[in-house]
Write a protein that binds this ligand. Structure first.
Ligand code: NAP
Length: 327
């Protein structure tokens, strides 16, 4: 069986992606052959497509950490052909060919049945960004976050950030959104941000060991000094969910937020989260945490992906990009 995929090949240290026709693998024990209907674009996919170190094991390679589609062949008792499924993270799009191809061959233990009330398209409007935002929000809920002060979200126009803003607003919290895009205030307000803070303004004051306690909790997708600043402004017993590093990997903090306010820094690695947590979060997103992402999502064909990859790498992407196969 032949299928089309966006294959990235290495040529003299340069990484070039193009649409190629590939042979589908034979079904192996414990695996599923899935016809991919939709995938989505995440920051990690852009890194995989451009040969960034430490993301993809070896090239040629098909990126795409997110998959939504239908089972064609199954060697698992849990799934039968025709089941609609979602798969995100683990080694998909890193060591296993991913959702930028029309067929994937995945271990069944990485795959979740599509919950009722969620379409394959909506699942990919969320994708890894959505499941990550949901896990960040879940960490805040586990910390029993108070509603007296607002919650701060960084990288607010990005995939994870915009879904976190939307979700927290849906759950009844006041959300302050930090962004580097001054023209996107309207979009951020439309998804529930109650105040928009310019990234430059936020970072303009020097970092203090302990700043005024202005926020009950925070979701940080940026890392670096932005994370340090956010931690210093969290009130007693607040939680900071930390999931990203687009703004830098290293940060400096004093111990005071932790020992004088009991602030918790809670890391999220949604790719490797246990499958039962993913099932729980997908069910929440399909039901009590259901949000409409259609205004935050642009749908593209696999032929148009390069443009979108460049935008995400330059920090210019807004909301979510869904890739539709077979059109
Ligand atoms: N740990 C996990 O499980 C997990 C899962 C998914 C993603 N991630 C990570 O989370 C981060 C966000 O992913 P994403 O898919 O949401 O990416 P994205 O769509 O590109 O969003 C990132 C946003 O961060 C802001 N930003 C970009 N460059 C920046 C810079 N130099 N300094 C400060 N802010 C900057 C921009 O928003 P504004 O212009 O609005 O500020 C940008 O839209 C990435 O680091 C990604 O690797 C982690």
């Amino acid at each position: 069986m032949k299928y089309k995929a966006y294959l990235v090949e290495e040529n003299g240290g340069e990484f070039i992606g193009s649409i190629k026709e590939l042979d589908a693998p034979d079904l192996e024990d414990g695996r599923l052959l899935i016809k991919v209907k939709y995938s989505s674009l995440n920051y990690k996919d852009a890194l995989a497509a451009t040969g960034a170190k430490g993301v993809v094991r070896s090239y040629p390679f098909v990126p795409g950490v997110d998959v939504a589609g239908e089972i064609i062949e199954s060697s698992s008792d849990e799934f039968i052909p025709g089941d609609k499924v979602i798969a995100t993270g683990y080694k998909i799009g890193m060591a296993e060919f991913g959702g930028f191809g029309e067929i994937v061959h995945l271990p069944s233990e990485w795959v979740v049945k599509l919950p009722k009330n969620l379409s394959l398209f909506n699942a990919m409007c969320h994708g890894t960004a959505g499941i990550t935002a949901a896990e960040c929000v879940d960490k805040l809920m586990l910390g029993d976050v108070s509603n007296t002060l607002p919650i701060l979200v960084s990288g607010a126009t990005g995939g994870v950030g915009s879904i976190a803003v939307n979700l927290l607003s849906k759950l009844g919290y006041k959300v302050h959104a930090i962004t580097g895009k001054p023209n996107e205030n309207e979009m951020l307000t439309s998804i529930g941000a109650t105040k928009i803070i310019s990234r430059n303004d936020f970072m303009s004051e020097p970092l203090k060991p302990l700043d005024k306690a202005s926020y009950s909790s925070a979701v940080d997708t940026v890392g670096g000094e932005m994370l340090a600043k956010m931690i210093s402004m969290i009130s007693n017993n607040g939680v900071v969910s930390c999931c990203g590093n687009v703004g830098g990997a290293m940060f400096t903090s004093s111990v005071f937020p932790f020992i004088l306010r009991g602030v918790q820094l809670s890391g999220v690695d949604s790719a490797e989260s246990p499958i039962n947590l993913k099932i729980e979060l997908w069910n929440l997103l399909a039901n009590e945490w259901s949000i409409d992402l259609s205004n935050q999502t642009k749908t593209v064909k696999i032929y148009d992906i390069e443009n979108e990859i460049n935008k995400i790498l330059n920090g210019e992407q807004i909301g979510r990009i869904v890739i539709e196969h077979g059109v």
